[in-house]
Design a protein around this ligand. Structure first.
Ligand code: NCD
Length: 305
């Protein structure tokens, strides 16, 4: 593995191998000193051209827990505002000495372009509405920890799938790991290319809700046009929101996931988000462990044990 750009094409054995490594890093993160020397002397640059709370901070935490140094680029305060190009920005940061670049960008494919310009590993932390591969790993890990396996589980992904890189990566990972995925959304928020997804589609949440072992809730991505395709947010909540009433109708063992950031009261009611069967903060914790697994796979090498 030279880069980590996409879930597409990764076989189940590779996914499970990364999740097995992540399980070991979960154990490290629970130690009194949650740190190993594996990447001492390496530098990881985080370059987020789009806003982020979880993904950026957990990559930084993951790098530090492996004893790597981190450098962080923030577009708002950078020379991008003076007209510097993406390529010059990347080559500048590389010239300072970095061993890996973690990239989030609004343009689909940006991490692949960067991977052509530098020989160091590039990690995709979300590109446009395309891929978010470490999110798919942390979601798979959270579900695997809870149920022991994804094999045979029925997973409903509810909401703005059309604009969601999380949904694209998750559907690929979940179906590769043996789950049956249903995309639930108004037609306008289902992917245009729904037929190419290894998932069935439904527009009627109330009809399919009770089948699910996992309800995966997505934010309506207003910044990508998600809010303009139905009349009002309250109508969306009426038909697709995970309210207390809908939560009460789920199988008793079913769990709720959300990648964050949540819009409480829109796609998920606050009381559901705070229920012990909502695994949202477990997802966040697991995000650190899976990012450690990926960084270690790319930068660890035999000589570093
Ligand atoms: C998501 C993203 O940015 O793709 N958040 C995340 O990384 N956990 C989802 C979103 O913005 O809705």
């Amino acid at each position: 593995m030279n880069h980590f750009l996409t879930i597409e094409g990764l076989p189940a054995d590779d996914l499970n191998g990364l999740l097995d490594d992540a399980d070991e890093f979960v154990e490290v993160l629970h130690r009194p000193i949650p740190k190993v020397p594996a990447l001492r002397g390496k530098t990881v640059a985080t370059m987020f051209f789009e806003p982020s709370t979880r993904t950026k901070m957990s990559f930084e935490k993951a790098a530090k827990a492996l004893s790597a140094d981190t450098m962080s680029f923030s577009p708002g305060t950078s020379s991008l505002s003076k007209g510097e190009s993406l390529k010059d920005t990347v080559l500048t940061i590389k010239a300072m000495g970095t061993d890996a670049m973690v990239v989030r960008h609004k343009a689909t494919g940006a991490p692949w372009r960067i991977a052509e310009w530098i020989e160091q590993p590039v990690l995709n932390a979300g590109d446009g509405a395309h891929q978010h591969p470490t999110q798919a790993l942390l979601d798979s890990l959270t579900i695997r920890q809870h149920f022991g396996t994804l094999e045979g589980l029925k997973i409903g992904i509810i909401g703005d799938i059309r604009h969601s890189r999380v949904a694209r990566s998750d559907i690929q990972a979940f179906s590769t790991l043996g789950a049956e995925v249903t995309m639930v959304a108004p037609r306008t928020l289902l992917p245009v290319d729904a037929a190419v997804f290894d998932a069935t589609a439904s527009e009627d949440l109330d009809e399919v809700l009770e089948d699910f072992d996992v309800v995966y809730v997505l934010r309506v991505q207003a910044e990508r046009g998600g809010a303009s395709v139905f009349p009002s947010l309250s109508e969306y909540t009426d038909r697709y929101g995970i309210t207390k009433e809908r939560f009460a109708r789920l199988k008793p063992e079913a769990v709720v996931l959300h990648p964050g950031p949540m819009n409480r009261g829109v796609e998920i009611e606050g009381a559901v988000a705070d229920d012990p069967r909502a695994l949202i903060l477990d997802q966040v914790f697991n995000g650190v462990a899976v990012r450690m697994a990926v960084l270690f796979r790319l930068l660890g090498g035999e000589s570093n044990e």
